[in-house]
Design a protein around this ligand. Structure first.
Ligand code: PBG
Length: 350
């Protein structure tokens, strides 16, 4: 411990008792509450539990296939049968929900993303298969056209423009397709204007009143999505970038407007994405709106931690837990994270 000691007195061999009692001593010692594990546990403000986790998984065609994604070490594209296995395991570890992302056969991708509307597409088949073996697991699906378009954009492209209203029409079809296949929670990640209200209305019209809408409300045009695009096979095909629809990383107030609109349009839950570089946005959204707020620890965030951990540059397990706890402190109610099963296993063990 370091004291603001009086140098002259400290150097004299025999310090008189009167001087010792005058040694400046802090009345408030923050360290008292940190002195032992039991004390730290009692004053802990935030905790991470399995209830905070949603696990994003990548599905592909085939059987008995698990294919690693080079830029996402530890993450695999799984055939549906393997996805069923993994989903069951995650559920038994206490993970409440998974989010499905398809690696669509490149031959099925076209400029209009028509495969998104196919009732037997990969996501729909995966939904039915997982539902059958794991009826209690929450199933979240992504609404956006990028896994299905030949140009890799989330919407329809005319020339260099991403068409908003025409895209929303297709997204409605995609959302209904997923709801019919058994999705519990529809998560539009496309950032078109007006899609939350349009999708909510369409779901209600078809009797899907209980299907939740998780709006990727504040989604930034981020470099941290790189490994995800490898996983769904759009990093090579993407024409240009997504800056005309995803948000400018420089903006915070704008995120509040985005969230306000999605709340007005009926979003049950809002999301901020990416996560760790945008904790300020999570905090502001939670403070302002007080509704369930999720965060996405995106592929690039995961890849950064894993890369350093696999190089022995940091303690991967501790970095994993600390990064996820930070989301809780910032106000997030749940986090989409590729770490979900690992965290669940760790929490269960300890
Ligand atoms: C696609 C979508 C993306 C992510 C989730 N849904 C990528 C993108 O917008 O290009 C990123 C997730 C991640 O990086 O882990 N609409």
């Amino acid at each position: 411990m370091i004291w603001p000691l009086d140098k002259a007195k400290a150097s004299s061999a025999a310090t008189p008792a009167s001087a010792r009692t005058q040694r400046p001593s802090p009345l408030v010692r923050m360290r008292r509450n940190r002195k032992a594990d039991w004390a730290r546990r009692l004053v802990r403000e935030n905790t991470l539990t399995c209830d905070d986790l949603i696990w994003p998984i990548f599905v592909r065609e085939g059987a008995n296939a698990r294919e690693p994604v080079a830029s996402l070490p530890g993450v695999e594209r799984m055939s549906i049968d393997m996805a069923v296995e993994s989903a069951r395991e995650a559920f038994s570890l206490g993970v409440p929900a998974i989010a499905l992302f398809p690696y669509t056969d490149p031959a099925l991708r076209d400029p209009a993303g028509a495969e998104a509307l196919n009732p037997d597409n990969l996501v729909c088949r995966a939904l039915r298969a997982i539902r059958e073996t794991c009826p209690e697991l929450g199933l979240v699906t992504d609404v956006a056209l990028d896994p299905y378009t030949s140009h890799g954009h989330d919407g329809l492209l005319r020339g260099e423009e991403i068409l908003n209203d025409e895209t929303v029409e297709v997204l409605i079809g995609q959302a209904l397709n997923q709801a019919r296949a058994g999705a519990d929670m529809i998560a539009p990640s496309d950032m078109m204007d007006g899609r939350i209200g349009a999708i909510r209305r369409a779901l209600d019209d078809e009797g899907f009143h209980n299907v939740q809408v998780l709006a990727y409300a504040a989604k930034y045009a981020s470099a941290f999505y790189g490994p995800f695009r490898d996983a769904v096979g759009t990093s090579k095909t993407l024409v240009g970038d997504k800056r005309t629809y995803q948000m400018d990383p420089a903006n915070g107030d704008e995120a509040l407007r985005e969230v306000a609109l999605d709340v007005e349009e009926g979003a049950d839950i809002v999301m901020v994405k990416p996560g760790l570089p945008y904790l300020d946005v999570i905090w502001r959204v939670k403070e302002r709106f007080g509704l369930p707020t999720f965060a996405y620890q995106v592929s690039g965030e995961y890849a950064m931690i894993e890369a350093a951990a696999r190089n022995g540059w940091l303690d991967g397990e501790r970095a994993m837990m600390e990064s996820l706890l930070a989301f809780k402190r910032a106000g997030a109610d749940a986090v989409l994270t590729y770490y979900a099963p690992r965290v669940a296993r760790l929490l269960r063990a300890g």
